[in-house]
Ligand binder design. Structure first.
Ligand SMILES: *Cc1c(COP(=O)(O)O)cnc(C)c1O
Length: 469
C-alpha cells in the first residue's frame, strides 16, 4: 500500500513505514558521504529542466519513494556542506541528532512564541540560552533569543542598542566596523533605516584586526562633528581570515565612550568551549551583545543562530509590543515570552535543536570536536608553509587561514584544480583586493583524512603549475 494519498493523517502503522522509508534513505545518504563527491557542477541545466523536479502539484499525490528520488536528485548538484571534505566558506556539517530534534519538535508542534502554551518547552529553551550566557560569563540579567542565524541576531542587537542609546531621530547614529567585518552588519543597518554613511570603517592593524587607536580617534572625530557614535562591532573570528579583533581593548574604548559593544562570534564563538579558544576570545565576556551561529560551531544544520544581550531588559524593551488583545489568554507566565525578545511571534521550537544534541552527546563531545578542528587547521598551515611557491597568512588563531601563489591567475587555477578532483572543496576571497584561497576547518565530519587530501592536492597542483610556468 502506498503511503500518503488523500488522507492527511496516516495511521500509526503508515507513519512508522513512512518514517522508516525516510530513515533508510537518510542513513544510506550519510553512510555514502565520504565516498560521494563534495561538489558537482556538471549537468545543472539538465537538472533544472527535469520535469519530475519542476512538476506543479497535481490533484492526486505521488508516491513517497518517487518523491525521495526527486529530492535526492535535486540535492546531487552544487556543493555539499555535509561532506567531510568541505573546507570552504564556514562549514558546520549538520549533526543528524539536531535533525531528529527537528522532527520531534515539528511532530509535537507546540507553540513557543509565548511561555503559557508550552511552559516546559520554553523552560528548556531558556535553559539552553542560560547555558550559552554562562559559557561567555554573562551576568544573571542577560537574556537571549535563538534566531535563524547571525544576520537576524545583529539586526536585533542593533535595534536594541538604538532603542537604548539613540533618540527617536536616530539618523546621525554611527556604527563602527572594519573592512573585515561581515557584511550582515551593514545590511542590518540599512534594513533599520540608517543611511550608508552611518557605518564607519575603522582602520585595521597589520594583522587585519581592528586598530583600537583608530577606533578611538574615529569616535572622537565623529562626536566633534556632531554625530552620535553608539555601536561598535568586534569580530570574534572574521569570515575571511578567522582573525579575532582585540576584544578587551575595544571593550575598554566602548566602556569609556559609552557605546554598545557587539561581538560578532558567528564563526568563532563556540571555540569558547575549548581552552585555546577561550584564550583567543579573551574579552568576549565584556560584550553588550554577542551573536553566535550554532549552524557553524555547534555543527547544527543551517538555520540556528543566537543573540545574547548582557542587559536582557534592553532586548525586551526594544522588541516587546506589550499586550495584544487576542493574546490576552497567554499572559502571566514567569518564563520569558520569546515573542518579546525578537522580531518573530510564531516560530518553530528552535530550542530543541540545541537541547537534544547537548543532552544526548554531552558538552565534552562538542569540546573535543572543536579542539580537533583547531589542531587540524594548525597542522594544515604547518604543512602548507613548507610548500615552495605558496604564500601563507599567519598561522590560524582559530581554524581559518588564507594562502595564494604569486599571481592571481595561478591562484585561481590552483583552486580550480584542487576542487575539480572532487575530494575536498575550498573557497576563495579577497584580502586587500588580492585573490586568496581560504581554508576553514569547522565541519565536524572533517578529519585528518580530508585535511591530508587537501594538503596533498595543493602540493601536487602547486608543483604542477610551477612546472608549467
Ligand atoms: C556566517 C557569518 C555571519 C552571518 O551569519 P548568518 O548565520 O549567515 O546570518 C556573520 N558574521 C560572521 C563572522 C560569519 O561567519
Amino acid at each position: 500500500m502506498e503511503i500518503g494519498g488523500r488522507v492527511l493523517e496516516p495511521t500509526a502503522d503508515e507513519f512508522r513505514r513512512l518514517l522508516s522509508t525516510v530513515v533508510d534513505y537518510l542513513c544510506a545518504t550519510v553512510e555514502s558521504l565520504p565516498d560521494a563527491p563534495v561538489a558537482r557542477s556538471d549537468g545543472i541545466a539538465e537538472l533544472l529542466a527535469d520535469p519530475r523536479l519542476r512538476q506543479a502539484p497535481q490533484e492526486a499525490g505521488r508516491p513517497l519513494g518517487e518523491l525521495l528520488e526527486v529530492i535526492d536528485r535535486a540535492a546531487s548538484k552544487g556543493f555539499n556542506p555535509s561532506h567531510p571534505g568541505l573546507l570552504g566558506f564556514v562549514p558546520g556539517g549538520g549533526i543528524v541528532t539536531a535533525g531528529v530534534a527537528d522532527l520531534v519538535a515539528d511532530v509535537l508542534n507546540r507553540y513557543t512564541g509565548q511561555a503559557t502554551p508550552s511552559p516546559g518547552l520554553v523552560a528548556m529553551e531558556t535553559d539552553v540560552l542560560r547555558w550559552l550566557s554562562d559559557l561567555f560569563d554573562l551576568p544573571e540579567e542577560a537574556a537571549g533569543i535563538l534566531t535563524t542565524g547571525a544576520s537576524l541576531a545583529v539586526l536585533s542587537a542593533l535595534i536594541t542598542a538604538r532603542t537604548a542609546l539613540l533618540p527617536a531621530d536616530f539618523l546621525d547614529g554611527t556604527i563602527y566596523v572594519t573592512a573585515q567585518t561581515h557584511a550582515h552588519v551593514a545590511k542590518a543597518a540599512r534594513l533599520l533605516g540608517f543611511p550608508s554613511e552611518a557605518v564607519r570603517l575603522v582602520a585595521l592593524d597589520a594583522g587585519l584586526r581592528m586598530d583600537p587607536a583608530a577606533l578611538q580617534a574615529s569616535i572622537t572625530a565623529d562626536r566633534a562633528a556632531g554625530r552620535r557614535p553608539f555601536f561598535v562591532v568586534a569580530s570574534a573570528g572574521t569570515t575571511n581570515t578567522g582573525r579575532v579583533d582585540p576584544l578587551a581593548a575595544v571593550a575598554d574604548i566602548a566602556a569609556d565612550k559609552g557605546i554598545w559593544l557587539h561581538v560578532d562570534a558567528a564563526y568563532g564563538g563556540f571555540f569558547q568551549l575549548t581552552e585555546r579558544g577561550r584564550k583567543a576570545l579573551t574579552g568576549i565576556e565584556r560584550a553588550d551583545s554577542l551573536a553566535l551561529d550554532a549552524h557553524k560551531g555547534m555543527f547544527l544544520p543551517f538555520g540556528t543562530g543566537c543573540l545574547l544581550v548582557r542587559d536582557g531588559r534592553l532586548l525586551r524593551q526594544a522588541h516587546s509590543m506589550g499586550d495584544a488583545d487576542y493574546l490576552q489568554d497567554l499572559r502571566g507566565s514567569t518564563l520569558p515570552d520569546f515573542a518579546d525578545y525578537g522580531p518573530e511571534l510564531t516560530r518553530d521550537f528552535r530550542g530543541l535543536r540545541l537541547w537534544l544534541p547537548l543532552q544526548l552527546h554531552g558538552v565534552a563531545a562538542f569540546r573535543e570536536m572543536l579542539d580537533e578542528k583547531l589542531d587540524l587547521a594548525r597542522f594544515a598551515h604547518r604543512e602548507l608553509s613548507t610548500v615552495p611557491g605558496l604564500i601563507l597568512s599567519e598561522p590560524p588563531e582559530l581554524s581559518t587561514f588564507c594562502f595564494r601563489l604569486s599571481s592571481e591567475d595561478a591562484t585561481a587555477e590552483l583552486l580550480r584544480r584542487v576542487n575539480d578532483e572532487g575530494r575536498v572543496y575550498l573557497s576563495s576571497t579577497r584580502i586587500d583586493g588580492q585573490f586568496v584561497i581560504r581554508l576553514c576547518v569547522l565541519n565536524f565530519r572533517t578529519s585528518l583524512s580530508q585535511v591530508s587530501d587537501a594538503i596533498d592536492s595543493l602540493c601536487r597542483h602547486t608543483a604542477g603549475l610551477a612546472a608549467e610556468m
